[in-house]
Ligand binder design. Structure first.
Ligand code: ACO
Length: 380
């Protein structure tokens, strides 16, 4: 029997704080007119103190679980696609797993730049279709504001923070992720990078003084790569699914630059209403941009059951990816208050469980200290 990987839940989180182009023009030598004409962006959201990639991911995941009407304990797998994890390790996905109380889930982070969400979706779908797992949570989340040089007008006008999440579930009905294509060209790695903070150039006084912990980008080359890649990947994924552009209901592209999206639309000869964009409000949120756009398109009624949706992304690496999805799930009615309360309670229990586990670990360490001490002595 054939198994399909259906999208059964979706959620997003964007921080409250809005940074407008006018505010930016008081920080660097730019203007609302320049930014909007060259990129299509009017404003972006930025995290406040205390907010992180994990905290945003958790909010987006909770919303996705609510729409899917699933308990976190049903999750088998959590993937967080991000270029801005809370730490190099532990994986942000593990922090999400703990906070949700997804006790049965395997969890890992995935680094594929702005294509990360499509990579995650493709991997999760293949695992479900292969029968390895039943339910997977795929998150794209970024805190780009913390790796942005707010004195560099060439990059700081582009980026924003946020998180989006999708839940995939295995099912026998036809639909869900029908096909995906992923690609990489590491020869273009230098076009978009974070020079320091990895094992090649660990954080040092010098790397910080030289601003090597900020995004470095060759915008024009990335632009050229994007306008070539997006239409090609869209065509390829449709062909792989045995479909064509005339079957497409909505294209949800990576929200990097309006001119890139318009160029892809022209090249694919699509009507403007066949493309979703929310770039104006959020800027480029990297791996988060496609899942945030998917959520908003579904909430706006732009995606309905039966629709064929293609998501297509490109980004650092260089990487690209596209997925063709047959949407099968209607937007459910909001949960009654008491059920929402029960769901919140579940997360309180998850927090409590996490604390108890830490306490147990400490107690075990305390009671076994002699044993370990003896072991050390023996091995001397
Ligand atoms: N305000 C005013 N002027 C500016 C600004 C600004 N914010 N930024 C650059 N300029 C100036 C430049 O200095 C230059 O001036 P000059 O002609 O006197 O030298 C002029 O504007 C043109 O600069 P370009 O860089 O050539 O401008 P371009 O039209 O290429 O637009 C942009 C720049 C918006 C960055 C564009 O190249 C782009 O969007 N590239 C793709 C970037 C992208 O998508 N990156 C994300 C990839 S995904 C990921 O993984 C994060």
């Amino acid at each position: 029997m054939t198994t399909f990987a259906h999208v059964v839940g979706w959620g997003k989180y964007v921080p409250q704080r809005v940074l407008t182009n006018d505010e930016l023009s008081r920080m660097v030598d730019t203007s609302d007119e320049w930014i909007h004409t060259r990129t299509g962006i009017r404003e972006r959201r930025l995290v406040e103190d205390g907010e992180t990639t994990a905290s945003m991911s958790i909010q987006a995941a909770r919303q996705a679980l609510e729409i899917a009407r699933l308990s976190p304990a049903r999750l088998d797998l959590i993937i967080v696609a991000t270029a801005t994890p809370d730490h190099a390790f532990p994986a942000t996905a593990c922090l999400v797993q703990d906070a949700l109380g997804a006790t049965r889930a395997a969890a890992f982070d995935l680094a594929a730049g702005c294509s990360g969400f499509v990579y995650g979706l493709s991997i999760a779908a293949h695992l479900l279709i292969a029968g390895a797992y039943q339910t997977a949570l795929v998150i794209g989340a970024e805190t780009l504001s913390r790796i942005t040089d707010w004195t560099d007008r060439g990059t700081c006008v582009l980026f924003g923070d946020g998180a989006g999440a999708v839940i995939l579930q295995a099912g026998e009905n036809e639909g869900g992720v029908l096909a995906s294509v992923l690609g990489a060209d590491g020869s273009g790695g230098d076009l978009l990078r974070l020079p320091a903070g990895g094992s090649k150039t660990p954080a040092s006084h010098r790397s910080v003084a030289e601003g090597q912990h900020f995004i470095e980008m060759k915008g024009r080359e990335v632009f050229r790569f994007a306008v070539r890649t997006m239409p090609a990947a869209t065509r390829e994924v449709l062909a792989k699914a045995g479909l064509s552009l005339t079957d497409l209901d909505l294209l949800v592209p990576h929200q990097a630059n309006r001119r890139i999206i318009e160029s892809a639309v022209r090249s694919l000869d699509l009507p403007p209403e066949a493309v979703y964009s929310n770039l104006e409000q959020y800027g480029n949120t990297s791996a988060a941009s496609i899942p945030i756009a998917l959520c908003e398109a579904a909430a706006d009624g732009r995606i309905e059951p039966g629709d064929l949706v293609v998501t297509v992304g490109f980004g650092a690496g260089l990487t690209w990816g596209a997925a063709a999805i047959r949407w099968t799930r209607p937007l459910p009615k909001p949960l009654p208050r008491w059920r929402r309360f029960l769901r919140r309670l579940r997360y309180v229990v998850a927090r409590l469980r996490s604390r108890l586990r830490r306490l147990r670990r400490r107690l075990v360490a305390f009671w076994t200290r002699d044993v370990l001490g003896n072991g050390r002595e023996k091995s001397k």
